[in-house]
Design a protein around this ligand. Structure first.
Ligand code: SF4
Ligand code: MSK
Length: 668
């Protein structure tokens, strides 16, 4: 008997529209990840990190009371060795995913610079110059394309250099860099760290858990300060650095009377091309000739986040919403590129009229039509796919269930924009935010990231944690499906969330003109949190390195190996990180100790796993308050600024407002 059958009314998703659609799917006997999660329990041995299948003498499963001390695989590997190796392999896989995406972005930039990708231009020349400055590419008196070519070539070195260090290591605070050097974890390049991680975890190589995890840290740092950061920056250069933009979220974004084209996955390049072509008069006319009023572009997961951040394209939400989106029966065509795409979509599409199209040369899915995208003939491919969607529109069956739920939201917060909004283009800084933290108006900052997960009430833990944090004056920066969860709950608006925010945070948000949850982009854009933390350290008044800031990372519903890589690069950069759900290293006390106590001492960051949302919150507040104490900041007192707010004299209020330029251009 499944969990939901045992517990009538058990919610599968915190999103009410998702629940209604899932109820309808149950009546129609259409299965989703929620049903599969109920039927398929995780292996209790593998789930905890106690199973090794790194050679064909195994799998070796080390269980029993004394497994930590006495358990051995056929080769003699101990439980801590096996658990550490599994962890390192997850980090390597997550790093590969982000970084292979980054490599394609570099190759696209190179193709644009060499005039081989005529459908793309460099949209943010200022950012290109900024990036060139950071990595030492000369800009003075040079053509944009010449600079772009050198930037692309310099970043290609970050994939294949055998000695030295990643270009962006120098971007981190000096003290953070020194810690990495001291502990031997400064990454040389991306590919070498991944390859070495796989080599060292192969049978009979590295067996020391701490030494293994050291390579895990080095690999994860290659992800954060390499793959993710390179990808974010090149995407900004090519398609524009995000600025706040209005959008909408949840299943009501699909239109009954228009052709619905949905982008899903992670890579922005094809989705950007679709944004360019969907409004072309010939295509709109063609749609009308088939009985539609127009063409509606929407998204899922992180490809959605990419085009939402830059164009306000609406999103149907994150990972667990992908099948539910198709269940609406309104998806005429869904294009998918890479990562977090459920293979079940191919079969599901066949149950409806929907067409699933795989566009990456790297991914095919049974049941999908494969139309590989190539940046050399991008618009041609995009138009072909939009026509396929239009041709499919007349096949749509009358909806048995129609969901109108949608929420307004604001996305588009980049490091550059956050700096600008705190002082304008010429005197932008992080001073107002640092001051607000120092004064205790803002208790601290939490990065709310990571996936949503059908093994819990999907998006529910994100929602709960987000609300509890802002009530207690914690500013949230969110990415990936964390942003999807908040957006589809209606939390990404200044109005809705400001009603919930604590008085100190509310005051700061009102003065600066920001929501208390800032949507920073896709999961690859967690790199924006690293650069924001670096800018805050440089601003002064808080910690002079990333470690020691009143800041925590939380991924309450994580499931992907990419999330593991992200969690480790945050921990190694100095941010204590708390993941929800069970620990994948819980089998070994030693590995758990290294990733918490030892990393905290070395890097001022740690990676915890805690299934109880209340405990996640308690740990987060504890880290934040202890960091405040160590920095000798004013003790955070709940409600203190609320009381003052009533009594606050005009001079104090003007002073606060003077520090921050009122927000412009997005209507609040
Ligand atoms: Fe078993 Fe060792 Fe092979 Fe792992 S590497 S499966 S522990 S024999
Ligand atoms: S999509 S990695 S489920 S955040 Fe970036 Fe979401 Fe997690 Fe995939």
């Amino acid at each position: 008997m499944s969990e939901s059958e045992k517990t009538p009314g058990l919610k599968k998703s915190a999103n009410e529209a998702a629940q209604r659609i899932l109820q309808w799917a149950k009546e129609e006997s259409v299965g989703t990840c929620f049903d599969r999660a109920d039927k398929l329990k995780p292996c209790p041995i593998g789930h905890t990190g106690a199973c090794c299948k790194n050679c064909h003498m195994g799998p070796c499963r080390l269980t029993g009371k004394n497994a930590e001390e006495e358990g051995r695989g056929v080769c003699g590997a101990t439980l801590p060795t096996i658990t550490a190796r599994n962890m390192v392999r997850s980090i390597a896989a997550g790093t590969s995913a982000h970084s292979d995406h980054a490599r394609d972005m570099v190759l696209t930039l190179l193709a644009v610079a060499e005039g081989e990708a005529k459908d793309f231009q460099i949209k943010d020349v200022k950012k290109l110059h900024r990036v060139a400055g950071i990595i030492g590419v000369p800009t003075e008196g040079r053509e944009t394309n010449a600079i772009a070519k050198d930037v692309a070539l310099a970043f290609l070195e970050d994939f294949r250099r055998t000695k030295g260090e990643l270009n962006y290591i120098k971007r981190a605070p000096k003290k953070t860099q020194e810690r990495w050097k001291k502990w031997g974890v400064t990454p040389r390049c991306i590919d070498r760290e991944v390859v070495e991680a796989l080599h060292r975890t192969n049978i009979g190589v590295d067996a020391d858990p701490d030494h293994l995890l050291q390579q895990g840290v080095r690999t994860a740092l290659a992800d954060g300060w390499g793959g993710c950061m390179i990808s974010t920056d090149i995407t900004d250069i090519l398609f524009g650095t995000p600025e706040p933009v209005k959008a909408e979220a949840s299943f009501g974004i699909f239109k009954e009377d228009e052709v619905n084209v949905v982008v899903h996955g992670h890579e922005p390049t094809f989705a950007e091309t679709l944004v360019d072509v969907v409004g072309e008069p010939e295509l709109v006319e063609y749609a009308k000739s088939k009985g539609a009023k127009g063409i509606n572009l929407g998204g899922m997961c992180c490809t959605a986040n990419e085009v939402l951040m830059r164009h306000g394209i609406p999103t149907a939400g994150g990972f667990t919403n992908q099948e539910i989106g198709m269940l609406t029966g309104l998806v005429d065509l869904m294009t998918v590129d890479v990562q977090c795409i459920m293979p079940s979509l191919g079969e599901l599409a066949k149950k409806f009229h929907s067409t699933l199209v795989t566009t990456s040369q790297k991914a095919k899915i049974p049941g999908a039509v494969h139309v590989p995208f190539d940046e050399h003939n991008a618009k041609e491919t995009a138009r072909k796919i939009v026509r396929m969607a239009i041709d499919n529109f007349p096949n749509r069956k009358p909806a048995k269930l129609h969901e109108n739920q949608k929420f307004p939201m604001i996305g588009g917060f980049s490091e550059e924009y956050i700096q600008y909004m705190q002082g304008g283009r010429w005197r932008g800084s992080f001073r107002p935010l640092n001051d607000a933290i120092m004064a205790g108006r803002v208790r601290g900052v939490v990065g709310l990231a990571g996936c949503d997960n059908p093994r819990m009430v999907a998006t529910g833990v994100h929602r709960y944690i987000a609300m509890e944090l802002i009530k207690q004056d914690v500013l949230i920066v969110s990415t990936g499906c964390g942003s999807g969860a908040c957006g589809t709950a209606g939390y990404l608006t200044p109005e809705t969330a400001l009603e919930q925010a604590g008085p100190g945070l509310r005051e700061v948000c009102e003065a600066i003109g920001i929501p208390p949850i800032l949507h920073l982009g896709a999961c690859v854009d967690n790199s924006r949190i690293l650069t924001i933390a670096t800018a805050m350290a440089a601003e002064g008044g808080l910690s002079d390195e990333i470690g020691g800031m009143p800041a925590v990372g939380i991924a309450p519903e994580w499931m992907s190996e990419k999330a593991i890589a992200i969690g480790v690069y945050f921990a190694a950069s100095g941010v204590p990180v708390i993941f929800g759900g069970d620990s994948p290293v819980q089998a070994s006390k030693e590995v758990t100790r290294i990733m918490t106590d030892v990393w905290l001492e070395r890097f001022k960051g740690a990676l915890h796993f805690e299934p109880d949302p209340e405990k996640i919150l308690a740990m987060a507040f504890d880290y934040i308050d202890k960091a405040r104490e160590a920095l000798k900041l004013k003790k955070y007192e709940p409600g203190r600024f609320g009381a003052e707010r009533v009594l606050m004299d005009m001079a104090a209020r003007r002073e606060l407002e003077k520090q921050a330029k009122p927000h412009v251009g997005i209507g609040y």
